[in-house]
Every structure is written in C-alpha cells, then in structure tokens.
Ligand binder design. Structure first.
Ligand SMILES: *[C@@H]1O[C@H](CO)[C@@H](O)[C@H](O)[C@H]1NC(C)=O
Length: 261
C-alpha cells in the first residue's frame, strides 16, 4: 500500500513539474501568459486534468488490488501460523508417545530379565535335581533250587544315577524320597506255579503267584510306590522251587525316583 501511495505522489509531482515547465517556456518568450506562443500548441488543461483523474482512478484500482494482496497475505500468514502450531502440537504428542514407548520398552526389558533369571534358576533346579531311574532285564532263565533266590537282572537297559546294581540285583536309595518300582516276570517251561516277591530291606512287600502250563506263557506283573530312606534296599526274590524265564527281556525290573522327600 505504501508503494502505491508513493507512486501516486510521484505522478502528481511530475504533473506539476510539466505545468511549471510550460509556464517557464511561455515566460521566456515574453508573451502574455494567457496567449499561446507561436508554434507551441496551446495547453489543454481540461485534457490534462482528465488524464490525471484517469490516472488517479487507475491508481485507486491498483491500490485496491494491493490491499487485496495484503489481505490475502495476512490470511496466508494466519493459516501458516495455525499449521505451525499444529505441527508443534504434533511434535509434542510424538515426543510424549516416544517417551511412553521408551518406558514400555524398559518395563518389557525388566520383565524379560526377570523371566531369564527365573529360567536360569529353573534350569539350575532341573540340572541339580537328583535323577534316579533304572530298568534291567533277566539275562538267563533261573530256578530257585535251593531256597529263595535273590534275582539279579543283569541286562541293564537304563541306570541313571547308578542306584541299581546289576551284580547284586539290589536297588539302594541314594537319598530319602518317594520311588516307584515295577516288575514283570515270565515262565512257560514246566507246569506248576510261578511265584515272585518284592523285598524292601529283606522284608517281603509283594508275594505274587500264578499257575503255569508248560508251553503257555504266563506273566506276573505288579508295582509299588515306596517311601525310602537313604540306603534302603529294594530287590526281587524268586520263591524256593520256582523258575522264571529270561532270554528276550521278558522278565524285567524297573524303578525311578518320583521326588525327593
Ligand atoms: C535286552 O536288553 C539288553 C540291554 O538293553 C539288550 O542289549 C538286549 O538286546 C535286549 N534283548 C532283547 C532280546 O531285546
């Protein structure tokens, strides 16, 4: 707007200079100011004025445009300021979200560390947990010809913890705990009865019998959960006068720790 005003001033002052110039010229000829000098066209004041008025109208229009431009720029400025504010708000929100995410990540890391520690502890517990489990099969058929016979299952299939002895046939509890024992024995060779016992520390716990027909496979099988002290012994005994068969691990003795107690 200021530029338009100064332009208007400039044009007005130029118009004045032109009029003065003409006056000076007419004075120098010495002719009276009212009469037009010879050879110089008479100054058409009304035409000049009209031209000036037109110019003013034109300048007003220009001024209006300039004002509109300024208004447009102001509106743009407001819009830009709003956008800037919105961007700043967005940035703030993002920062807050970032901080929240960082906090969440830290929490997850803490939980993960706790889980890892727990897993390590569990692994240690599992690793250090006592392990006792055995299975052994009878290597040959045996007969208790001269009284009760301690059965030695010589074919060791599993013996974790070495609590079972394949030379004595005895299981010896390595520590106080609850254990499970089971057996299967077979006879088929001669008709008569088959009789097997499970002993703990020399005392009979199971006494199991069945009738055998020669050529007919007969099995005896049972199991017990036992609470044992360290050093307690468990073994199988074949009653006097009886036999069991052992070629293909038909007769087996197994035991394992359920839990220390
Ligand atoms: C009986 O078990 C022993 C020990 O695992 C094994 O070497 C043998 O082959 C088994 N016998 C039969 C007939 O499966």
């Amino acid at each position: 707007m200021r530029a338009a005003i100064s332009l208007l001033m400039l044009l007005l002052s130029m118009g004045g200079a032109q009029t003065r110039g003409l006056q000076t010229e007419s004075q120098s000829t010495g002719a009276p100011p009212a009469a037009a000098p010879v050879g110089v066209p008479a100054l058409d004041v009304s035409a000049e004025l009209k031209e000036l008025r037109d110019m003013v109208v034109e300048l007003r229009v220009m001024l209006r445009y300039a004002q509109d431009d300024v208004k447009g720029l102001e509106a743009k400025n407001v819009a830009l300021k709003e956008r800037l504010m919105r961007s700043e708000m967005k940035a703030e929100a993002l920062e807050m979200a970032n901080a929240a995410q960082d906090a969440e990540l830290a929490a997850v890391k803490t939980i993960l560390a706790a889980v890892e520690t727990r897993e390590e502890n569990l692994n240690k517990v599992v690793k250090e947990a006592p392990k006792v489990a055995f299975s052994a099969g009878l290597a040959d058929s045996i007969e208790a010809e001269y009284g009760d016979l301690n059965v030695v299952f010589r074919e060791v299939i599993t013996n974790v913890g070495q609590a079972y002895s394949s030379t004595t046939g005895f299981f010896t509890a390595p520590f106080r705990g609850v254990y499970y024992f089971r057996f299967t024995v077979m006879d088929c060779e001669e008709s008569g009865s088959m009789l097997i016992e499970m002993h703990k520390n020399g005392k009979q716990l199971i006494w199991l019998e069945d009738e055998v027909t020669a050529g007919d496979y007969t099995y005896l099988s049972s199991g017990l959960t036992l609470q044992l002290e360290k050093g307690d012994e468990v073994n199988m005994v074949l009653s006097a006068g009886h036999r069991i068969v052992g070629f293909f691990n038909e007769s087996t003795f197994s035991g394992f720790l359920l839990f220390p107690f």
